[in-house]
Design a protein. Sequence first.
Length: 62
Amino acid sequence: MRLDELVPKLMGDEHADVLRETLAWFVGELLEAEVAGRIGAGLHERSPERTTHRNGDRERVW
């Protein structure tokens, strides 16, 4: 099954809200990992390798 066929089927399913929430969580975790890698420290973490601070404003290319 192709992706353009699968997505409408899943979103029409009774569990679409679970899929949507799972995807939102996954994307949030992915973005957090990217930011932590660029900064050199996790959220609320102090580290000598830290290169900058979080301000929530970063250009993201999908």
